[in-house]
Design a protein around this ligand. Structure first.
Ligand SMILES: C[S@@+](CC[C@H](N)C(=O)[O-])C[C@H]1O[C@@H](n2cnc3c(N)ncnc32)[C@H](O)[C@@H]1O
Length: 157
């Protein structure tokens, strides 16, 4: 099984990029992981919030295949401990699916079409994080999840 993480817009923050790259590399020892960024469209056109969500939603759905399991990162989603999340990853790996796709919404969240197509919602906290910060927190939890599954020590920096 592959894991793909989709997010909206590049980050210009070098610290965030460095930390992301570090966790991506570590995660790569456990699973084929792809991080895909959908270009931020807000600067290109003068769109309303609803129009922006709609456009981003179309782009998100164009990246997802019918056979993928699509999970949205959403503050109103299911809460899990890191141990439960590792079992959740294992359950998907055992199910024989080819790709598990997680998506982080843009600054305004997801369009209704994206919610309608999703297979589940996962929350990392009841608090709202920026669409930039959450990608680092989530990738760290993916890495942590695999260290739990393999019963390996968590490597701190
Ligand atoms: C700034 S938030 C969007 C908030 C927006 N008000 C909404 O209704 O979703 C941007 C994205 O970050 C992710 N996000 C933010 N906080 C989160 C949390 N606590 N748990 C999971 N995902 C979160 C979600 O994917 C969200 O779409």
């Amino acid at each position: 099984m592959n894991i793909k993480l989709i997010a909206i817009g590049k980050t210009d923050n070098k610290n965030l990029q460095t930390l992301m790259a570090d966790y991506q590399k570590r995660l790569g020892f456990y699973i084929k992981f792809e991080f895909e960024i959908i270009p931020d469209i807000k600067n290109a056109k003068n769109l309303s919030e609803a129009q922006q969500k709609q456009k981003e939603g179309e782009q998100i759905l164009s990246k997802v295949s019918a056979s993928d399991v699509l999970i949205l990162l959403d503050e109103n989603g299911k809460h899990m401990t890191s141990e439960a999340f590792s079992s959740y990853l294992q359950k998907h790996m055992n199910s024989g699916i080819k790709q598990l796709v997680f998506v982080i919404g843009g600054p305004y969240g997801f369009s209704q079409e994206v919610y309608n197509k999703s297979d589940g919602k996962l929350s990392l906290s009841k608090m709202t994080f920026s669409h930039q910060m959450i990608r680092l927190f989530f990738i760290e939890q993916l890495y942590r999840g695999f260290t739990i599954l393999r019963n390996e020590p968590y490597h701190h920096r």
